[in-house]
Design a protein around this ligand. Sequence first.
Ligand code: LLP
Length: 421
Amino acid sequence: MDHFAYRSGTLHAEDVALADIARVVGTPFYCYSTATLTRHYRLFTEALSPLPHLVCFAIKSLSNVAVLKTLGDLGAGMDVVSAGEYLRAKAAGVPGDRIVFSGVGKTREEMRIALEGGIRQFNVESEPEMRALSEVAVSLGKVAPITIRVNPDVDARTHEKIATGKSENKFGIPIARASEVYAEAARLPGLDVVGIDVHIGSQLTELEPFEQAYLKVADLTRRLRAEGHDIRRLDLGGGLGIPYARGNEAPPLPTDYGALIKRTVGDLGCEIEIEPGRLISGNSGVLVSRVIYVKNGEGRDFLILDAAMNDLVRPSMYGAHHDIVAVEEPVVGADQQPYDVVGPVCETGDTFAKARPLPALAEGDLVAFRSAGAYGAVMASEYNTRPLIPEVLVKDDHYAVIRARPTFDEILSRDTIPDWL
Ligand code: LLP
């Protein structure tokens, strides 16, 4: 459930009409709903209670500092994968002891920034990284709390570009070698081994792969404890999928996922961390765009929007589906017609949908891409020198621009012409 709905014939985010925002802010823009972010975060905390737990929002899905503050103020932890994301979490007021640092290639500089600023744990992904982290910690006179990310060799049955838990993927250490790697970690002077980390992929629409992975983690916890390690925290990653095509998809709910966690690892006495991104942010955001032209092509009509692949890359990158709706509510029973929905960028890949049934639309009409809160704004670029589009946060009946559209002068001023040219 989310808080985007038609009221008085026009699509609202909570109590604010998207058309009103469009008039003031211009299009295209991203719009997020505070109530939806809050609701989705709470679904997870409720699903995991009464286990001791921390829900660490995966910042990579939506990293605007105002969104992070919204979640951080509710008590959320943060999962970061770069120094930049770490600094965003801190800028949002999230204390270091609620921030976990994931990622397969952390640099020494990133380790230093997090150690100096305070960190709950590093999720270490390889032996060389583990040795580097120990060195950096020792040089700062600190001890780095770590989990080691294990690769459970489980098929997440999701898009190949976002599956991470098979042995051929670059992530984590093979679970079969865990004893050896944990033994070395325990000997390194700058590390304190606190737990195990696993993350098998994103947009999972079944619970079974999670179950397989978590059962393996439960076995490993018992084995590592028998080998003398004080395993007291399990980071179970993110990845729970969301319905992108409303009405046709029903991925498992956070309550089912929570029950699965309790069933598989709940008896180990560990503190549980999870790292959901998409399920919290995805349906909390829409991308609002205006029709520039309707072009009648050979056997098809093109809806040419002012949003493009640089603003929302998921359709062209993963073939991802996003529901597209008219902002002005179509009359009940109105005819639909197929449109190829495209952006203005100069490549054929700049196509959001083909033959998508939509009510008749005309130049100037507004449309909204649903489920665009996750991996939307964060993956945007300025390809074709199109300015990054603004982000707007709604709460009840008010809204604020939480990232402004840059001016062309700002964009151009970042380039410099060398004095020898
Ligand atoms: N934890 C780790 C270590 C991750 O790598 C990810 C996502 C998450 C948590 C959060 O996963 P989520 O709950 O959001 O599924 N750009 C792609 C998704 C890439 C996901 C990368 N890792 C997309 O647009 O579908």
